[in-house]
Design a protein around this ligand. Structure first.
Ligand code: FES
Ligand SMILES: [Fe+2]
Length: 415
């Protein structure tokens, strides 16, 4: 598909219905979505506790694109395109590391932690190091979470910062550590992975483990229909001074909601996963603070643990899911928590969701597929995601087509 065909497919979309087939499986959609969506959105890139010291870095990928996040000598965290200004080699391999300088493994060009080029051997006398610093990527930190946007013209961030700071700060993520990381490749288009992650219509049948603690039956956006335990929860949170929201804009939302009655955490049995609390308020019984960013992530923070989920497209029908579990930095594996058991029930839930998304993809690929209706009650957040996606895609198409770049970009995105 070229841009005109993608535009036609989007125009053919019926509001309230799943997307036209090509948007879920055409090879051109992979490139399109990367440029139209992932390159222009704020993304949850990690946590400040992953880069604790000057020189600490985390090397990640946004889809195929390598990005380096580094803590500088002054303690400030910066992000750069992880591509050497000499001949473009990736500077730091994926994962966490620490180094006083960033040294390219290819010809040893050496950069300071602020991205400036320090030295490049055997270059001519008139070579200007000042013109060959690493290219910066927008980065913001809110309450211990790192967000990046590859665009020079990112969505407005201020309301997000203010509102998220208020609801998330009590969880003290500056004093957290990552207890576990798991990655999973799902052979499904990233939009199917995210649609699945934005509803619990399927949870009762597919996630018996999660269903014990998670209110899978609550309607719409955690609406308990005036249930007594939900009312008591709100009162108790107000008493202990924990803001619940909801807060949000079109690309994000956050809400603290009660778990099932009697459940303190999203664990196998509802008991806390770690003895050391992250949030000191509410005595470890504070429901879950869920926040989600379009296009790719959600997180749940209970009193003692945080679970993070991110989906990155790695192919037209391939998505890399990263899951992280954070606990208080002083919590000791084997004493305060069990490093293996901590992953449940989300580990199992993610595997169940992989099967659901891959099965969904196989059916969507069928010549018999026609878009079907979402439940306005049970799939309200899927509708929100799909509407947001279509609006952002249309915005990008308008810019590309109106700017007369169809010739260049149209070819770039053509299958
Ligand atoms: S590509 Fe990095 S030094 Fe040559
Ligand atoms: Fe699920």
């Amino acid at each position: 598909m070229d841009l005109a065909q993608i535009s036609a497919a989007l125009a053919a979309r019926r509001p309230g219905y799943t997307l036209p087939q090509a948007l879920y499986n055409d090879p051109a959609m992979f490139e399109f979505d990367l440029h139209a969506i992932y390159a222009r959105s704020w993304l949850m890139a990690g946590f400040t506790c992953e880069v604790p010291d000057p020189g600490s870095y985390t090397s990640i990928r946004i889809g195929p694109w390598p990005v380096l996040i580094v803590r500088g000598r002054d303690g400030q965290i910066l992000a750069f395109h992880n591509s050497c200004r000499h001949r473009g080699a990736v500077l730091c391999k994926e994962g966490l590391g620490k180094s006083p300088r960033i040294v390219c493994p290819y010809h040893r060009w050496t950069y300071n932690l602020d991205g400036s080029l320090l030295s490049a051997a055997r270059m001519p006398d008139d070579f200007d190091t000042g013109e060959h610093g690493l290219r910066p990527v927008r980065l913001e930190v809110v309450a211990g979470v790192i967000y990046i946007c590859l665009s020079d013209n990112p969505p407005a961030f201020e309301q997000f910062r203010t509102d998220m700071e208020t609801v998330l700060a009590p969880h003290d993520l500056e004093n957290a550590k990552v207890a576990r990381v798991e990655t999973l490749v799902e052979y499904a288009n990233w939009k199917l992975v995210m649609e699945n992650g934005r509803e619990c219509y399927h949870c009762q049948g597919s996630h018996p483990e999660l269903s014990r603690t998670f209110p899978v039956g609550s309607s719409a956006y955690f609406d308990y229909g005036g249930a007594e335990h939900a009312r008591q929860f709100e009162e108790r949170m107000a008493d202990v001074g924990l803001p619940c929201g909801p807060v949000g804009e079109d690309w994000w939302q956050a809400l603290r909601f009660p778990l099932n009655p009697g459940m303190k955490s999203m664990t196998v049995d509802g008991a806390p996963a770690s003895k050391k609390l992250m949030c000191k308020l509410g005595d470890g019984d504070i429901g879950s603070l869920r926040w989600a960013l379009e296009p790719h992530s959600f997180a749940h923070a209970t009193g003692e643990i945080l679970f993070f989920f991110s989906a990155m497209p790695t192919g037209p029908k391939e998505t890399l899911v990263t899951a992280k579990w954070l606990v208080h930095k002083d919590a000791v594996d084997g004493v305060d928590y069990d490093g293996e058991a901590i992953a449940e029930p989300w580990h199992t839930t993610n595997l169940q969701d992989k099967e659901l998304a891959e099965n969904n993809q196989a059916g969507v690929d069928s010549p018999g597929y026609v878009p079907g209706p979402y439940s306005p009650e049970a799939e309200v957040l899927v509708l929100r995601f799909v509407d947001w996606y279509c609006a952002r895609a249309a915005e990008y198409l308008d810019e590309q087509l109106v700017d007369g770049k169809q010739g260049v970009k149209g070819q770039l995105h053509a299958a």
